[in-house]
Design a protein around this ligand. Structure first.
Ligand SMILES: *Cc1c(COP(=O)(O)O)cnc(C)c1O
Length: 509
């Protein structure tokens, strides 16, 4: 299909956004344009459909319940076949992030823990007091790792760092935003709450803003890709309830100036959330290993909440995270109670009602089986691998590393279309993350990349990819123009519409 040249679209970036969205609405209302757009998106999506649905026509698919149940052996055989198809790439370390540990023995151990507790649900604290014990201990261990010991010293228990487990980083962040919204309404009477975040902060904050009626004010990052403190200060007004920083942020892997940001928040009596979803189980150990890690956790008096993902570098199974608060009074705004329901008095600390006790047990088992020594060793291997990768990428003249990252390495190019490089890497099995604003690609280094030979293979393939793109300037690629256009097209509503159609596609059997 004919995609507009991203370069020509960039000119439109100088048009005021309000004018653009008005133009977009106007254009979409013109039947010819609408028809053209829907034809173009349909073509694009049907091209994607094949690669998204590789099992179609190759195995049984269910659009309704089978009348009689299938045999367990048959179901297991099918699941095993699917797993065998899919495990290769992450096991070999060909993907950015995604599987953070992946060691066979570690996974087997977690699976045994899951099997033991698969029926457990902390909603029934009387039936499964073990789930409550595990959750309380995971929260305590995460807090202690993130500066709570120093923060709690000399304080009464109600002022200690506390928290909850959630289903993942997004839920942890959404819980925190909802907590601040209710805190600000009750303690300050703010009814039109706003929060200020650097452009790099995770979209989970936008999602929370969208769900909970909080206005998101995004501030561009500075030249080093870290949050801009002066610009953040300017964005604060009387409705501001919360400032945000990441340690590190997902796109460029750099740590925001949390000390300055949180101090700004403290002086203005605002909440401050450090998003350590990605770095919470890495940075404390990196510091012990002698790396330069700026302060980012509860040791800073202005940090009032944090998120940290047990299901990333905590090496637990997917579906668990921790949200932490400074003091139980703040956490109380997260809780929900219903006292008038005929079903009895009801309470729930997080968004879900019933929760998977098994995943809490798995997170607990991961933490206590790894121990400080285990996390230190894992962090050492990841940082050494990341160092080798950074060095190798910097040695390629056409590429440059964005900012000064620890273990999430974003790189771009002044002379080549970096998305074409990414596409070429994709042909060699590497699944990297495409970034935009500016166009770049990143690799989140995990234990998978610390396996012997993986970093060397990555760098060799990257050198080849760069040479290939240089030697074939006319080659368009299939995904590269889509990325280019998604990054450059000024009508963001169109991009959003396309993403919604893409999600529809995911739900097609
Ligand atoms: C992964 C991540 C999140 C969101 O976590 P999910 O577990 O995907 O919901 C938030 N912030 C950062 C920095 C992350 O890396």
């Amino acid at each position: 299909m004919a995609l507009p040249d991203p370069k020509s679209l960039k000119l439109l970036n100088h048009v005021p956004p309000r004018l653009l969205s008005a133009a977009e609405r106007y254009l979409k209302a013109v039947p010819v344009v609408r028809e053209l757009l829907s034809k173009e998106t349909d073509t694009l999506l049907s091209e994607l459909e094949g690669s998204l649905k590789p099992y179609r026509g190759k195995m049984s698919a269910f659009e309704r319940l089978p009348v009689t149940g299938r045999s367990r052996e048959e179901v297991l055989r099918e699941l095993q076949a699917l797993e065998a198809q899919e495990e290769g790439r992450w096991r070999e370390g060909k993907v950015s992030g995604a599987v953070y540990n992946g060691d066979e023995e570690h996974i087997d151990f977690l699976n045994r823990v899951y099997a033991l507790h698969s029926q457990s649900n902390p909603l029934h604290a009387d039936l499964w007091p073990s789930a409550t014990k595990f959750e309380a201990e995971v929260v305590a261990m995460a807090a202690s790792m993130l500066g709570a010991d120093a923060a709690n010293a000399g304080k009464v228990p109600a002022e200690h760092v506390c928290g909850s487990m959630s289903s993942g980083g997004t839920e942890s962040i959404m819980l925190a935003v909802k907590t601040y919204r209710d805190w600000a309404r009750e303690t300050k009477g703010i009814t039109k709450p706003e929060m200020v975040a650097p452009s790099s902060a995770h979209p989970a904050f936008d999602k929370a803003a969208h769900y909970f009626g909080v206005k998101m004010v995004r501030v561009p990052v500075a030249a080093d890709y870290r949050a801009d403190v002066a610009a953040t200060r300017k964005a604060i007004n009387r409705n501001t309830i919360l400032l945000i920083g990441s340690a590190p942020g997902f796109p460029h892997g750099v740590i925001d100036p949390i000390a300055d940001l949180s101090e700004l928040a403290r002086k203005k009596r605002l909440g401050f959330h450090t998003d350590a979803c990605l770095g919470g189980f890495v940075l404390p150990f990196a510091r012990t290993l002698g790396r330069q890690v700026p302060p980012f956790d509860f040791r800073l008096p202005g940090v009032t909440s944090m998120s940290v993902d047990t299901h990333k570098f905590g090496y637990a199974a997917k579906g668990s995270s921790v949200v932490l608060y400074r003091g139980t009074a703040l956490r109380a705004h997260q809780y929900f109670t219903a006292t008038e329901w005929p079903g009895g008095i009801y309470f729930s600390p997080t968004f879900s009602g019933s929760r998977p006790g098994a995943l809490i047990a798995v997170a607990w088992a991961s933490l206590v089986s790894m121990g400080e020594q285990g996390y230190l060793e894992a962090t050492r291997r990841i940082l050494d691998t990341a160092d080798a990768l950074k060095q190798g990428i910097r040695a390629i003249p056409e590429l440059h590393v964005l900012g000064d990252p620890l273990f999430v390495i974003a790189f771009g190019s002044e002379t080549l279309d970096i998305f074409k490089v990414m596409e070429r890497m994709g042909e060699r099995g590497w699944s990297l993350n495409g970034l935009h604003k500016p166009a770049a690609v990143h690799l989140c280094v995990t234990l998978r990349h610390a396996q012997p030979g993986v970093a060397e293979r990555f760098l060799a393939d990257l050198r080849e990819a760069v040479e290939h793109v240089k030697a074939h300037p006319g080659e368009k690629g299939t995904m590269a123009p889509v990325y280019g256009m998604a990054a450059a097209v000024p009508f963001r509503g169109l991009v959003s519409d396309l993403l919604k159609k893409y999600m529809d596609l995911l739900y097609k059997v």
